[in-house]
Design a protein around this ligand. Structure first.
Ligand SMILES: [Zn+2]
Length: 80
């Protein structure tokens, strides 16, 4: 990766240096504690009252997805 590439990403999202481009989207990793038991039985455990859900969110259109393949190809944020 060249210096100019990282500069471009930082310029797009100055508060999110970890943001990365996925197609037209500019996504960041997010984590959120969700009350309840994990939907995946393999990650459930006895007495679990909340779990840490990991997902990604596009800074431009605000769309959330569990992984990059779940994002639509087009980014609504570019239509502004
Ligand atoms: Zn987007």
């Amino acid at each position: 990766m060249s210096d100019s590439d990282s500069y471009g990403i930082n310029a797009s999202a100055p508060n999110h240096p970890d943001a990365k481009h996925v197609d037209a989207h500019l996504v960041i990793d997010r984590r959120e504690w969700v009350p309840g038991k994990h939907p995946d039985p393999q990650q459930r455990h006895e007495g679990q009252t909340e779990y840490l859900e990991r997902y990604i969110q596009c800074l431009r259109c605000g769309r959330e997805a569990l992984n990059e393949r779940d994002l639509p190809v087009e980014c609504d944020g570019d239509r502004r």
